[in-house]
Design a protein around this ligand. Structure first.
Ligand SMILES: *Cc1c(COP(=O)(O)O)cnc(C)c1O
Length: 391
């Protein structure tokens, strides 16, 4: 006779009480439900270049299908180090200073877990990408939030406030340029200000540069790699998903000085261990040609300009879009509803989905601004603009 299964109700206190379903998932579901053009979640609605698929296919057929090295396939680490040296003039050692990760998200979380001890403070600049705060919480860290300011010239980082947020417990400052969601970029004066704040301290920097190749109007990307003084204390994170239109592949990397990379790898080794092999070999051979990423600013600048020209004919007020594939707009001339409510109305009634910028603030700060993603086919952008012009 079977004995009855004892009743068990798991009582699991949550590690992340503030976390629910992300706004991106919710807006994408709402967009699908209402047949809306999805300019919400940040991903291209077009495919990657066929030679990249061919390169991965060739890697699989060549037998690159077993575990690669824990730190990443050697040809890919070498290609990344060569690319950084060519573009930003910093020579990372491919063996000891480059680690391949399962996307930038994992690189960010692992960097935070490996250096933030319980009680350490981490300065986060809001609006902020949504993965930073949960990762800090898992590490037992304490976020110190500083809000960007938004003026006629768009969003900027108030460095005096960042400096004022530093305490003896500050372990890490997280920066993100080009910046999601605002489309702003850090300039040389910003980098100088940051250097002034950390000089003489033990503070580390986590630099999220996944949009490094989406800077427009001929302006150069101020990678932290370009600044030896800051590179010496920085984890620099990027993602092939953003650069090569393959967000679903989830391959990224972290570049950091050897002592920081060694600590990073201790966590990486038991969390992820290795990233899938054929994609790494495919990416390594595809990267030999710099044309695809060198052409990216022109590719996206044209889409940005098409989208901005169309929005100029609507009642939205454009904010500057100096980098990334995001365009932020003020909607005060249309509605005084809170951002989430406005974004839902826009999705349901106008059939264009956007993301409320309030979702990037822990306390949900309202600015009357929503974010559109313009990494879309021209036809998709035109259809969205047609609908937005009717408001
Ligand atoms: C998309 C994005 C990431 C995550 O990149 P993945 O490689 O998809 O994990 C990290 N930071 C920012 C700012 C992003 O927009």
């Amino acid at each position: 006779m079977n004995s009855p299964v004892p009743h068990f109700t798991p009582a699991l206190p949550t590690r992340l009480p503030a976390v629910g379903t992300t706004i991106f998932t919710r807006m994408s579901a709402l967009a699908a439900e209402h047949g809306a053009v999805n300019l919400g979640q940040g991903f291209p609605d077009f495919d990657c270049e066929p030679p990249l698929i061919d390169a991965v296919d060739a890697a699989m057929r060549a037998g690159f299908n077993q575990y690669p090295m824990m730190t990443g396939a050697a040809p890919l680490r070498e290609a990344i180090a060569a690319k950084i040296a060519a573009n930003y003039g910093h020579a990372y050692n491919a063996a000891t200073e480059i680690t391949v990760t399962a996307g930038a998200t994992q690189a960010l979380t692992t960097a935070i877990l490996c250096c933030v001890h319980p009680g350490d403070e981490v300065i986060v600049i809001e609006p902020a990408y949504d993965s930073y705060l949960p990762a800090i919480a898992l590490a037992g860290g304490v976020p110190a939030l500083v809000q960007m300011e938004v003026g006629p010239r768009g969003y900027s980082v108030p460095w005096a406030k960042v400096g004022a947020a530093v305490t003896p417990k500050t372990r890490l400052i997280i920066i993100n340029s080009p910046h999601n969601p605002t489309g702003s970029i850090l300039r040389p004066s910003d980098i100088e200000a940051l250097a002034g704040i950390v000089r003489g301290s033990d503070i580390l920097i986590l630099s999220d540069e996944v949009y490094e190749h989406m800077v427009y109007d001929g302006v150069r990307h101020e990678s932290i790699c370009r600044h030896p003084e800051l590179a010496a204390r920085s984890f620099v994170v990027s993602s092939f998903g953003k650069t090569y239109h393959v967000t679903g592949w989830k391959v990224g990397y972290v570049a950091a000085p050897a002592p920081l990379s060694a600590e990073f790898r201790k966590v990486h080794q038991y969390n992820v261990f290795t990233v899938n092999t054929p994609m790494q070999h495919g990416l390594a051979s595809y990267m030999a040609d710099p044309a695809p990423y060198l052409g990216l600013p022109a590719f996206y600048q044209r889409k940005r300009d098409l989208f901005r020209a169309g929005l100029q004919e609507t009642r939205f007020e454009l904010l500057p879009a100096d980098g990334t594939y995001f365009q932020c707009v003020r909607y005060g001339a249309i509605s005084d509803a809170p951002e989430a409510e406005f974004a839902e109305w826009l999705t349901r009634e106008i059939k264009v989905a956007a993301i409320p910028v309030s979702a990037f603030y822990q306390a949900g700060k309202e600015s009357g601004i929503v974010r559109f993603c313009f990494a879309k086919k021209d036809d998709t952008l035109r259809l969205a603009l047609e609908r937005l012009a009717r408001i």
